[in-house]
Write a protein that binds this ligand. Structure first.
Ligand code: NAD
Length: 316
């Protein structure tokens, strides 16, 4: 689609003086989507929302959003709509060509899916959307619930340059970094590759610190050495999995908050199936997936993903 022939209608918000869409649809008002939708409203965009959870909807209508009766209803009269859903099947159901977003969005509407899903699903949806003249970008996020609340998410966007430019002003109401990663699906690819690397480096960090401690080395001394040596990484320096090394991280708060084991296992599962499709070899990613699945099986799905340190120690 060409930027100049886009049917996008903008209004200028009196409160913020910024260019706003006359109406935005939002589907999926959970831990992330609820905050993201609120930030859209705060920037003066008009919003119509849908979620299968009635409480999630009323939390938004109380602060000024309109209520839609279905996902299709949330997009039938908007220029742009966002979705923030748990996983592949939820997204496929909501976008369903028969009675979902793709059945009711009018030509030229921009659909932005920020759920973390399989990049091949994003690409399939984009092809379906194109058949009816609807634009689609994937825009998964990094940053958890606090970043969603503070409007400081990073969006990794996959789609045409024109659609990226159309999406950007809206995404800026929810995020502080909006990155164009390439064609549709490349946002998901960037997200999955980063999280796979994070899981592998966290497990490596936990393994090294567990070994050091078993051999009698003070973990604070090891942290000092590692963080000024070649073993340094984000997990050792800023998110250390050993309680008491850093103050403000989940490991020092009984592994509460942060990025949950179940979400990490989900992302590793997506990386695994994408790697199978692409015939890429990911031995450490596969092992990391199984380790996080084992942590879930032993009952710690809700702990922060740095809990892998306790798992290796044999803590139950
Ligand atoms: P969540 O489970 O809290 O929210 C999902 C929402 O979707 C729920 O309110 C649910 O009722 C709704 N929903 C499910 N099926 C629906 C349907 N058919 N129609 C309408 N609504 C439906 O999940 P979340 O934590 O907000 O995560 C959303 C996405 O963001 C996931 O893909 C997740 O992997 C990704 N993500 C989450 C985090 C995080 O820290 N929570 C961080 C980065 C990315």
């Amino acid at each position: 689609m060409n930027f100049f022939t886009s049917p996008m209608k903008f209004i200028v918000c009196i409160a913020t003086g910024k260019r706003c869409f006359s109406r935005v649809g939002f589907i999926g008002l959970g831990n992330m989507g609820g905050h993201m939708a609120r930030n859209i409203l705060k920037q003066g965009h008009k919003l119509i929302v849908f979620d299968v959870n009635e409480l999630a909807v009323s939390n938004l209508t109380e602060v000024g959003a309109d209520r839609a009766s279905s996902p299709a209803d949330a997009v039938k009269d908007v220029e742009v709509a966002m979705s923030m859903l748990p996983s592949n099947q939820h997204v496929l159901d909501v976008y369903n060509i028969k009675n979902g977003l793709l059945s009711s969005a009018k030509r030229g509407t921009l659909l932005i899916d920020s759920s973390t899903i399989d990049p091949f699903v994003s690409q399939t949806l984009a092809k379906e959307a194109e058949k009816s003249g609807v634009n689609f970008v994937d825009g998964p996020v990094s940053g958890g619930v606090n970043a969603a609340k503070d409007g400081t998410l990073t969006f990794m966007v996959g789609g045409s340059k024109e659609n990226f430019q159309l999406a950007k002003p809206l995404l800026e109401s929810m995020g502080s970094r909006i990155v164009h990663c390439g064609d549709v699906g490349m946002g998901q690819v960037a997200k999955l590759c980063n999280n796979m690397l994070l899981a592998v480096s966290m497990i490596g960090t936990a393994e090294a610190f567990n070994l050091g401690q078993k051999l009698g080395l003070d973990p604070k001394v090891l942290a000092d050495i590692v963080n000024s040596s070649s073993g340094r990484c984000w997990s050792s320096e800023l998110y250390n999995p050993v309680p008491g090394i850093l103050d403000n991280v989940p490991s020092s708060k009984n592994y509460e908050g942060g990025f949950g084991v179940s979400l990490m296992a989900k992302d590793l599962g997506l990386a695994q199936s994408a790697a199978v499709n692409a015939e890429a070899t990911i031995p450490l990613g596969s092992l990391a997936h199984q380790i996080y699945r084992a942590i879930i099986a032993q009952g710690s799905a809700k702990k922060d993903f740095s809990f892998v340190y306790q798992f290796l120690k044999g803590t139950r």
